[in-house]
Design a protein around this ligand. Sequence first.
Ligand code: FES
Ligand code: FES
Length: 133
Amino acid sequence: MIYSEKVMDHFKNPRNVGEIENADGIGEVGNAKCGDIMRIYLKVEDNIIKDVKFKTYGCGSAIASSSMATELIKGKTLDEAWTLTNKAVAEALDGLPPIKMHCSVLAEDAIHKAINDYRVKQGLEPYDMEDHS
Ligand code: FES
Ligand code: FES
């Protein structure tokens, strides 16, 4: 079996799928080569992620990693959520096959875009997308 039980669980029963109406931050990323798309919605209160939902046109690994990523950032501060890496998400899933690691990057990038969307809407400077610390 190339997929861990956790990957299969999050693929079959993904957490936090959907949209948030009047989201405070939305991030969308796409992979131009394959057409896969990931969208993340954030509800923020007092700098804390109160709710998060995602939608994706991506493969099972993209679904599982977004599901896990949303679970990991829910209830966290925006700064804590910013430091979540796709590697940490893959580890929380007990690993992803190497050729599927790029799918977990979609979730990380979409979370970063959603956080920056929120920051810009609040009149704050967006974080540097390349700075993952
Ligand atoms: Fe499109 Fe993996 S093939 S993100
Ligand atoms: Fe495209 Fe995984 S999201 S192959």
